[in-house]
Write a protein of this length. Structure first.
Length: 345
């Protein structure tokens, strides 16, 4: 099982500038590369300080010049926000900028907050249908001249300019959860990204079952790769593990509030939850977070990851966003590199 880093700029207050956060993100990716990580992933989000990444290709192109080996992926771009010609061209240019190290992750998106602002009236079903039209269109544009007449996009004969560096094109990864999305990804020869969020190992096993079912339904297609994304923090003491569990509990409460899309948003910040409101979110209580996420001292983290490896996951992505300081993120990442990675050499 290979390892990657899933990272964004995230801002909790006005004390740190966006420029500082940009440098912090670069530092974490360079640390991951030096430590032997396979890839780093950056997603797309709009209008929220909670997750800052209006166009991950900008970050990735910059990181391409600041790194040498690590693959750099979109985890993920939001399909309905992109015209196929624009996505094909920008992805290809980014592949050139990174020397052929781009992985292209695509999802339908999840925040209704973003749907309302970029495509008013869009719902999750239609977003998913747009993704299903987009994926095969990208490859046709990378191959050469192609005219498209679809449900959501129509354009005369066109081609991607430029073309990607990678001969068989950048690998496409589809964020999947339900069985139909797994089947779509496998049938279209795409790799798969999954996350149980804070639902624990039972969900991680269920997601693998859905993937294997999709693979079995398409025996003529070589098995794609599947990546598990999970919040993961290595602590140097039991006290620090407890502190991280409390921090991630607050992070997930805010995460849930963004998804509910009911609280006031001012200057990109959501109205803070009260202690009583957080306590009412029992599924994100610190003890539940401690059990369901991968938080602990090195031996505990290794044991959990060995379980995911045994399930058949090809890549494990360390989700390092969590509302904590850069210094604590980097400390956890360095502990992971020093004490956890050798167990998977």
């Amino acid at each position: 099982m290979k390892f990657s880093l899933f990272v964004h700029m995230e801002r909790n207050d006005l004390e740190k500038s966006h420029a500082e956060l940009f440098n912090d993100l670069t530092d974490l990716v360079q640390t991951a590369e030096a430590g032997g990580f396979e890839a780093a992933w950056i997603g797309e989000h709009h209008g929220m300080e909670f997750t800052i990444s209006p166009n991950p290709f900008i970050n990735i192109a910059y990181l391409g010049a600041k790194t040498n080996r690590i693959r750099l992926g979109t985890g993920t771009v939001i399909a309905p926000f992109w015209h196929p010609l624009r996505l094909a061209g920008e992805a290809a240019m980014t592949d050139i900028a990174t020397g052929g190290r781009l992985d292209l992750g695509i999802a339908r998106g999840a925040y209704s907050f973003e749907y309302e602002r970029l495509m008013p009236g869009l719902d999750a079903w239609t977003a998913g249908q747009r993704m299903r039209e987009l994926v095969p269109t990208l490859r046709k544009l990378w191959q050469g001249d192609y005219a498209h007449e679809g449900e959501f996009w129509r354009f005369p004969t066109s081609t991607s300019v430029p073309k990607p560096v990678q001969e068989s094109f950048p690998p496409i990864w589809v964020a999947a959860r339900d069985p139909n999305s797994h089947d779509f990804a496998v049938s279209n020869r795409c790799n798969v990204q999954v996350t149980p969020l804070a639902s624990g190992d039972t969900e991680a096993a269920s997601l693998m079952d859905r993937f294997q079912t999709a693979c079995a339904a398409h025996p003529d297609i070589p098995r794609p790769q599947i990546m598990l994304l999970q919040h993961t923090f290595v602590a140097d003491s039991a006290d620090e593990a407890d502190r991280l569990s409390k921090d991630l509990s607050s992070f997930y409460c805010a995460f849930g509030a963004w998804f509910q899309n009911k609280r006031p948003i001012r200057e990109g910040f959501i109205e803070p939850l009260t202690a009583e409101e957080e306590a009412a979110m029992a599924n994100y209580a610190p003890d539940v977070i401690r059990k369901n996420l991968v938080i602990g001292e090195p031996d505990e983290v290794i044991r959990r990851l060995k379980g995911y490896e045994a399930l058949g996951y090809d890549q494990y992505s360390v989700w390092i966003d969590g509302g904590i300081s850069h210094e604590r993120k980097k400390k956890s990442l360095e502990l992971f590199i020093r004490h956890v990675l050798p167990a998977f050499a």
